[in-house]
Design a protein around this ligand. Structure first.
Ligand code: GRF
Length: 203
């Protein structure tokens, strides 16, 4: 089996990145993590990746005069890493349509809600405000619309009486890691493919 080469883009602690790294240690997992890139020099996940022996670099957006120059630097790093797939994992930058187009069908994101509900930030507050009884996470292909691409995998969790946004966030995070691992495996094996704006599943 040829493993797909995966780069993970992060902005913070990188617990989803760590979950993918753990999964990829298994011989039968169809992907390997070849690079971790953060847009912030102090992203905690960089150190974690480094300790795992994975090339981990910061490409701080603040060091670039424009969004396009920053994205060009990130793209160059992805090409240098020979990445086949890019996983956004808590990457707090809106990706330009040009960048998205270069990675169409090969860029994944995890969002902490059951899309299409609760796009954007503060999803747990949004869920509590709406009064939903189930909440969860979604892994989807990245398209030009924010949190808008074809869905690959979702997991639901209950909303419990008395939940605070933090309590709900923890419960959702506890299922994010497995959901991302499963979704990446489907894409790496070619069992989930983006076609005509939809995810097509096989097998
Ligand atoms: C996760 O909740 C993810 O769904 C969202 O940002 C958070 C990142 O957490 N996009 P981590 O850095 O993976 O721990």
């Amino acid at each position: 089996m040829t493993k797909k080469r995966v780069a993970v883009l992060i902005s913070g602690r990188g617990s989803n990145m760590s979950a993918l790294v753990e999964a990829a240690k298994h011989a039968d997992y169809p992907a390997e993590i070849v690079a971790v890139i953060a847009n912030k020099a102090d992203a905690g996940g960089l150190e974690v990746a480094h300790l795992e022996g994975i090339p981990a670099i910061a490409i701080p957006h603040r060091n670039y005069a424009s969004k396009s120059e920053h994205e060009a630097a990130v793209c160059a790093a992805l090409v240098e890493a020979k990445a086949d797939i890019v996983c956004l994992a808590g990457y707090m930058r809106i990706i330009s349509p040009e960048f998205v187009a270069q990675w169409e069908g090969k860029m994944l994101n995890i969002h902490p809600s059951l899309l299409p509900l609760f796009k954007g930030l503060h999803t747990h507050e949004q869920a509590l405000e709406a009064g939903v009884r189930v909440h969860g996470c979604t892994v989807h292909f990245v398209t030009a619309g924010m949190d808008d691409g074809p869905i690959i995998a979702q997991t639901a969790v209950p909303v419990k009486t008395g939940d605070t946004p933090d309590m709900l966030a923890k419960r959702v995070l506890s299922v994010e890691h497995e959901t991302y691992t499963r979704a990446l495996a489907l894409v790496a094996q070619g069992k989930a493919v983006m076609k005509d704006g939809r995810t097509v599943f096989s097998d």
